[in-house]
Design a protein around this ligand. Structure first.
Ligand SMILES: Cc1ncc(COP(=O)(O)O)c(C=O)c1O
Length: 496
C-alpha cells in the first residue's frame, strides 16, 4: 500500500487539495457548545500560529497544515471532545485507544492532585511508595495465573522493550545466553523506540531508522479476510496454519536462539485481527515445546477493551508476560508496565543478580494514584459488564454498513473494530496506492472528522477505519458512529 512512512494518519492529517470540496457540513445545532465555551477568534488564530511554529505532531505530515488549520481539542466530557470553536466530536477512538472511562472524570483528576500534594515524585530505583505498591498488588490480583510481579514504565513502547530486555537477561541468568530473537506478526505495531521498533512488523516505519537491534523475526498475522487460498474457507485450519508458522519460524531460526513470541490478543494494525479459535492454545503449546516466552502485548487490549481486564483472559491463554499501558490510567496520566510470571523473577531474587533496567518516571506516584482511581471506576460502573453486554449490539450496528459497496469486512471484538474498505466486494480487490491516498488522506479522514467522529483511517495494510470507543458507550453512540460512517462512506464511494 502507500509507501510513505507516515503510517498513522490522524483524522485531520490530509493533504490540502484544491480539487476536494470542503467535506461534510454536518453540524447539528446540539453539537455546538454554548457561546461562552468558544474561544475568541484572536486566541484561536494565536494558538494556530504557535502550533505551526513550535509544535511537532507525531506521525504527521506537517506540510498538510501549511494552508489549513491544525485541529485543537480543548476539552472532553464523557464520550465527547470539543475543539476551540466549541464543536463536539464523538471520540470513537478513545483518543488513541486510551480513554476507557471517558473524558472529564473529576474523581480521577482529584486523585492525581491529592497525590501530587502528598508525594509528587519519588523513584522506584531502590525505593517504593504506597501507590505503586497498591497498584502492583491490584494488577497482580487481576492478572491471570501466576503473573504477580509488576515492572512499571511510562509507555507501551517501554513496556514492550522492557519485556525483551527481561527475556534476554533472564535467559542469560539461567544459562541460555544465545536466546535473543523475538518473533512477531506481519503489520503488528509494538511501539517506536528502537527495540520496540525491531519487534514492530511495519516495514515503512522501520527503514528510516535501520539498522535496528537484530533479532526481529516476522510470521503471518491472523487476518482471515486475506487468508491464503488453501485455508480461506476454514477458520480453524487457518488458525492452525498461522500458529504453525510460528513453530516453523522457531525451527528455521534455531530454537536455542529464540527468546520470545510477541502477540496482541487482537492485532490492531491492519485493522483488528481477532485470533481464530484455538490459535493461542496452539501457540502456547509451541512456546512450551521450545522453551520460548509468550508475551501478550496488551497495550490496547487490556483494561476492558475486549470486555476483560486482560485480553488473554478472553481467549483463555496464559502468557509469561503481559505488557500494558494506555487504558490503565484512561490517559489521565501516562503509565505502562509489564506483569510477569513468578518463575521469571526467580533468577533475579538471589545473590547479586539485578534487572539492569530502569526509567526515571516509571511507576510515577501521580500516575499510580490515577490508575487506582481509574480502576475504581471500572468496578463501580461495571465497565467490563457494559462492554460484554453491549458488544453484540456494537457489532450488529456496525454490520448494518455491510450494505455499502465499499465495505468489505467488519471485524473485531469487544469495543475494538476495524472496517476494511474494498473496491470490489465480490473479489475483495483493494485500492491501489493512488486511490488509497486519494480516498483516505484526500477525503475520508477529514470528512469523518468534519462530520463529528474521531476515528482512524489507516492504510498500513489494506485500507481500514478503526473504532475503539470509550467503554462507557452504549447504543446511542453506536448509532451515531454508524450514521456518520454511512454518510461519509457513501460519499467516498461516489467520489471514486
Ligand atoms: C500493541 C501496542 N504495543 C505498543 C505500543 C506502543 O505504546 P506507546 O505509544 O505508549 O509507546 C502500542 C501503541 O499504540 C500498541 O498498540
Amino acid at each position: 500500500m502507500t509507501s510513505s512512512f507516515e503510517a498513522i494518519e490522524p483524522a485531520q492529517d490530509i493533504e490540502p487539495a484544491q480539487d476536494i470540496e470542503p467535506a461534510q457540513d454536518i453540524e447539528p445545532a446540539q453539537d455546538i457548545e454554548p457561546a461562552q465555551d468558544i474561544e475568541p477568534a484572536q486566541d484561536i488564530d494565536r494558538a494556530q500560529e504557535a502550533a505551526k511554529r513550535n509544535l511537532w505532531l507525531h506521525f504527521t505530515r506537517m506540510s498538510a497544515y501549511a494552508d489549513s488549520h491544525i485541529p485543537v481539542i480543548v476539552r472532553g466530557s464523557g464520550a465527547y471532545v470539543f475543539d476551540q470553536r466549541g464543536k463536539r466530536y464523538l471520540d470513537g477512538l478513545s483518543g488513541l485507544f486510551v480513554s476507557q472511562v471517558g473524558h472529564g472524570r473529576k474523581e480521577i483528576a482529584e486523585a492525581g492532585a491529592r497525590q501530587a500534594e502528598e508525594l509528587a515524585y519519588f523513584p522506584l530505583w531502590s525505593y517504593a511508595h504506597p501507590k505503586a505498591i497498591e497498584l502492583a498488588t491490584r494488577l497482580a490480583d487481576l492478572a491471570p495465573g501466576d503473573l504477580n510481579r509488576v515492572f512499571f514504565t511510562t509507555s507501551g513502547s517501554e513496556a514492550v522493550e522492557s519485556a525483551w530486555k527481561l527475556a534476554k537477561q533472564y535467559f542469560k541468568l539461567i544459562g541460555q545466553p544465545e536466546r535473543y530473537k523475538v518473533i512477531s506478526r506481519e503489520l503488528a505495531y509494538h511501539g517506536t523506540s528502537m527495540g520496540a521498533l525491531a519487534i514492530t512488523g511495519l516495514a515503512d516505519i522501520k527503514y528510516p531508522f535501520e539498522p535496528l537491534p537484530p533479532g526481529g523475526v516476522r510470521v503471518p498475522n491472523t487476518n482471515f479476510y486475506r487468508a491464503p487460498e488453501f485455508v480461506r474457507d476454514d477458520l480453524g485450519a487457518f488458525g492452525e496454519w498461522a500458529a504453525d508458522e510460528i513453530e516453523r519460524a522457531i525451527l528455521r531460526e534455531g530454537p536455542q536462539s529464540v527468546a520470545a513470541v510477541y502477540l496482541e490478543p487482537v492485532q490492531n494494525s491492519g485493522g483488528c485481527f481477532p485470533p481464530p479459535p484455538g490459535y493461542f492454545q496452539r501457540v502456547r503449546e509451541i512456546c512450551d515445546r521450545y522453551g520460548v516466552l509468550l508475551v501478550s502485548d496488551e497495550v490496547i487490549c487490556a483494561f476492558g477493551r475486549l470486555g476483560y481486564y486482560f485480553g488473554s483472559e478472553r481467549y483463555g491463554y496464559q502468557p509469561d508476560i503481559i505488557t500494558f499501558a494506555k487504558g490503565l490510567t484512561s490517559g489521565y496520566s501516562p503509565m505502562g508496565g509489564m506483569v510477569v510470571r513468578d518463575a521469571l523473577i526467580e533468577p533475579f531474587t538471589a545473590g547479586t543478580a539485578t534487572f539492569l533496567h530502569g526509567i526515571t518516571f516509571a511507576g510515577h506516584p501521580v500516575s499510580a494514584a490515577v490508575a487506582l482511581a481509574n480502576l475504581d471506576i471500572f468496578e463501580k460502573e461495571d465497565l467490563l459488564g457494559n462492554v460484554r453486554t453491549n458488544e453484540a449490539a456494537f457489532r450488529a450496528t456496525l454490520e448494518k454498513l455491510n450494505d455499502l459497496p465499499i465495505v468489505g469486512d467488519i471485524r473485531g471484538a469487544g469495543y475494538f473494530y476495524g472496517i476494511e474498505m474494498v473496491k470490489d466486494k465480490a473479489t475483495r480487490e483493494t485500492f491501489d496506492d493512488e486511490e488509497s491516498e486519494r480516498l483516505l488522506r484526500g477525503f475520508l479522514s477529514q470528512a469523518l472528522f468534519d462530520a463529528g467522529l474521531v476515528c482512524r483511517t489507516d492504510d498500513r495494510g489494506d485500507p481500514v477505519i478503526q473504532l475503539s470507543p470509550p467503554l462507557i458507550c452504549g447504543q446511542e453512540h453506536f448509532d451515531e458512529i454508524e450514521g456518520i460512517l454511512r454518510e461519509v462512506l457513501t460519499e467516498a464511494w461516489n467520489r471514486l
